[in-house]
Design a protein around this ligand. Structure first.
Ligand code: S3P
Length: 449
């Protein structure tokens, strides 16, 4: 069992063709950042298309605890009355970020240069995840932290009363670490510099510029150098959150492996720091086309059309592509099981410290469903069974990880026998409408309550 309070087993049965339009919810990364930056601006930020998943709702509650006024006007329309950079009040109680690594790490960064003391906690998954990757750079600003052994939550951070700016080379490819340092840099006088060797998702940089911060990004021999000038007055924004490519991945991949399918997923951002999965699927021979390509809010966007693709081939995913598809390896492994030949995924040890150890979680479940998976610390390889699909017929553990649960549900749609997850409840953290949306396309999902 995964260990959630009330585990909800879910079963996916082999289904007929999937067809129709899949309107996936707002982008999780941009939703967190909209709330946090809105809370650090002076005045009212208005947001539409906010992802109303549990992770983001926990961030909204946290921003309220820091003194921002957060209002839900219904149907994805929210407003945030910010308190300004450096204006966070000390919360009266523990901040519970639930399942969300992005939420907790970004909020730690945002409060670390304010003279307040905050205790953070999360669910059983989040409380196992490494936080030193964030608290180490935050210490350079002058923030102190005490957590459980191994730098785990629950953890208290005492923000720096007199923060100093920092130059930090991010040692792991992580947008969360980069963003935590940039958010901390907002309330440090002078220039905070972050250097990353591999380009990770760049929503923080783009949104900070949108909120009026002085920020530059340069590609140099030492890496991507991001320079932020501290103590700006952030100006409130009107934000339309684009739809989440990481959620789009599930109906897209389901359509590729379920015979006869043809699904349209409109309005998906193809920011190169996020679109690695779609490039990889096309490299494998997927019938995935970009329709109505356009620019929205400065970002490339397209409607994705995915059709059943019985001729996909195994592929060696370039390791340098990993950051642009880091959340999509679990669902890629399901597609790889339906390709012919082996798919090799290397340079992916970050997968071991996500909501679960995603290599292990997928490898164990895929093997139980009759798929050969080889793995080592930094790579894994799936041997495809071709379009006949996998035997299935297993109960797989989701380990409190939404993307693991959804990946096995997609596997069951094409498997010869039903696939069950012990707990589908984590799906609500990022894709609360997953079950009705997939059912409307033709999926057969049962939830055992
Ligand atoms: C995210 C960054 C990624 C990703 C997560 C969202 C973000 O994590 O896995 O789902 O919004 O910054 P890392 O930055 O730790 O790779």
């Amino acid at each position: 069992m995964s260990g959630s309070a009330t585990p909800t087993p879910m079963t996916s049965h082999r289904c007929g063709p999937l067809s129709g339009i899949a309107d996936v919810p707002g982008d999780k990364s941009i939703s967190h950042r909209s709330l946090i930056l809105g809370a650090m601006a002076v005045g009212e930020t208005r947001i539409s298309g906010l992802l109303e998943g549990e992770d983001v709702l926990d961030t909204a509650k946290a921003m309220q605890a820091f003194g921002a006024k957060v209002t839900n006007h219904g149907d994805g329309h929210w407003s945030v009355h910010g308190v300004g950079v450096g204006g966070f009040a000390e919360p009266d109680n523990v901040i519970d970020c639930g399942n969300s690594g992005t939420g907790v790490r970004l909020i730690m960064g945002a409060m670390a240069t304010c003279p307040i003391s905050v205790t953070f906690t999360g669910d059983a998954s989040l409380n196992k995840r490494p936080m030193a990757r964030v608290t180490d750079p935050l210490a350079l600003f002058g923030a102190q932290s005490v957590g459980r052994s191994g730098g785990r939550l629950p953890m208290t951070i005492v923000g720096a009363a007199d923060p100093v700016p920092v130059r930090y080379e991010v040692p792991v490819p992580s947008a969360q670490v980069k963003s935590a340092v940039l958010l901390a840099g907002l309330n440090a006088p002078g220039k905070t510099v972050v250097v990353e060797q591999e380009a990770t998702r760049d929503h923080s940089e783009r949104m900070l510029a949108g909120f009026g911060a002085e920020i530059t990004v340069e590609d140099t021999d030492e890496g991507r150098v991001i320079t932020l000038t501290g103590r700006p007055e952030l100006k409130p924004q009107v934000i339309e959150v684009p739809r989440d490519p990481s959620s789009a991945a599930f109906p897209v991949c389901a359509a590729l492996i379920v015979p006869g399918s043809d699904v349209l997923v409109p309005g998906i951002g193809l920011n190169p720091t996020r679109a690695g999965l779609f490039t990889t699927l096309r490299d494998m021979g997927a019938d995935l086309t970009y329709e109505n390509e356009r620019i929205e809010g400065g970002e490339p966007v397209a409607d994705l059309r995915a059709r059943y693709s019985p001729n996909m081939k195994g592929f060696v995913v370039p390791p340098e592509r990993a950051a642009s598809m880091i959340d999509e390896y679990p669902i890629l492994s399901v597609v790889a099981a339906h390709a012919s030949g082996q798919t090799m995924m290397a340079g992916v040890k970050e997968l071991r410290v996500k909501e679960s150890d995603r290599i292990d979680a997928m490898a164990v479940g895929l093997r139980a469903c009759g798929v050969t998976v080889d793995e080592a610390e930094d790579w894994w390889a799936v041997t495809g069974l071709g379009p006949e699909g996998v035997p299935g017929g297993a109960i797989c553990e989701s380990h409190l990880d939404h993307r693991i649960a959804m990946s096995f549900m997609v596997l069951g749609m094409a498997a010869q026998n039903p696939v069950t997850v012990d707990d589908g409840s984590p799906i609500a953290t990022s894709f609360p409408i997953f079950t009705p949306l997939m059912a409307a396309l033709g999926a057969k999902l049962d939830t055992q309550t």
